[in-house]
Design a protein around this ligand. Structure first.
Ligand code: 5AD
Ligand code: FES
Length: 349
């Protein structure tokens, strides 16, 4: 494996068969993760960027089979945050040193373009030194354009799986990989710093699917790539499927870092949910972003995408402190500031 890893380190790519060996072969990952960490340090040093996650609504018109806030889950208790709620989360976050706010929610028709644009403008007026990231699912080209003009800087939309057939098994009729991918290319073209990503170990996923995910990302060239293990939710049609594993998710994080040296890669909440030190291990395998929760504590438990989600009882300040300790315990440090992706041009200077 060492030869393979060295070649991936210097060339940033391998053949499909070689990537498959790194995904599922029998080997000790120590050298692999160290190589990913070396690349990460080359571009980003030991810095870890913070994003404050504000979960604005758990209403969703979609019915993704894996997701706890799917429309058909009538056990989900629904909520949405008002403009004022969202602004107070930002106030709290700003005090705590956050300079990126991520507004994430289900696909909730309540947040029309006008409502979103007003919220975005208010945040940017009050905090011009902050980046606003949206994660609101599939919307029209017009809508993406309007929100960009209102000041939104970034957009997160995981492609979930690049394989069209696999996508069809995870989503109901009416949703398509084609539309998802079209949205992603539109977002990039408009000028958003764009994030995509996928779940590791989702039902019916093969290792070949994961290779396709990496190939899709090579085409898209997103600034951010978020991945996490699939985690079972008891009130979904996939309640009998096992969760993805820590081992495979970490291998994919390392692959991402080696194939996308400059990408912003979060150590996700899902990774911290399947293992107590999952996020720390993610950082050591190449991740360089964490996304502490800034949502009001009263709604935290309700943004219930998967079972046993962590950080649902803590105040924002507690999550911030907890993460700082965790990050420092493995030799990295929090960088305050917007934390934009570095581009090839900046990296060369
Ligand atoms: N397990 C892990 N991740 C999930 N997501 C949704 N449901 C689950 C689950 N059961 C992820 C999706 C989505 C992101 C917001 O959360 O990848 O894009
Ligand atoms: Fe809401 Fe999937 S159930 S986006």
């Amino acid at each position: 494996m060492k030869e393979l890893i060295d070649r991936l380190y210097s060339a940033g790519d391998l053949s499909d068969g070689e990537i498959l060996m790194l995904i599922s072969g029998e080997y000790d990952e120590k050298y692999f993760f160290e190589s990913a960490d070396k690349v990460r340090r080359k571009y980003y040093g030991t810095g870890v960027y913070l994003r404050g996650l504000i979960e604005i609504s758990n209403y969703c018109k979609n019915d993704c089979l894996y997701c706890g806030i799917r429309r058909s889950n009538d056990k989900a208790v629904r909520y949405r945050l008002s403009e004022n709620d969202i602004l107070s989360c930002c106030d709290n976050g700003y005090e705590l040193g956050f300079r990126t706010f991520v507004l994430q929610g289900g696909e909730d028709a309540y947040y029309t373009d006008d409502i979103m644009c007003q919220i975005i403008k208010k945040i940017k007026d009050k905090y011009p030194d902050c980046a606003v990231t949206l994660s609101l699912g599939e919307r029209s080209l017009e809508s993406y354009k309007k929100m960009f003009s209102a000041g939104a800087d970034r957009y997160l939309l995981r492609h979930e799986t690049a394989d069209f057939e696999h996508y069809g098994r995870l989503h109901p009729d009416g949703m398509s990989a084609e539309n998802r991918q079209r949205c992603l290319f539109e977002l990039k073209r408009i000028g958003y710093q764009t994030g995509s990503g996928f779940m590791v170990g989702s039902p019916y996923q093969t290792d070949e699917n994961l290779v396709e995910d990496l190939r899709f990302l090579q085409k898209l060239q997103p600034e951010m790539i978020g991945i996490g293990p699939y985690i079972t939710h008891k009130d979904t049609p996939f309640s009998e499927f096992p969760s993805g594993t820590l081992k495979k998710t970490l291998r994919l994080v390392a692959l991402l870092r080696l194939m996308f040296p400059m990408a912003l890669i979060p150590a996700t909440t899902a990774l911290g949910t399947i293992a107590p030190n999952g996020r720390e291990l993610g950082l050591c395998a190449g991740a360089n972003v964490v996304m502490p929760n800034l949502s009001p504590v009263r709604t935290r438990k309700l943004y219930d995408l998967y079972d046993n989600k962590i950080c649902t009882g803590e105040e924002a300040a507690e999550c911030r402190g907890c993460l700082q300790r965790r990050i420092e315990s493995v030799g990295y440090e929090i960088i305050c500031g917007r934390g934009d992706a570095i581009t090839r041009k900046i990296a060369q200077n």
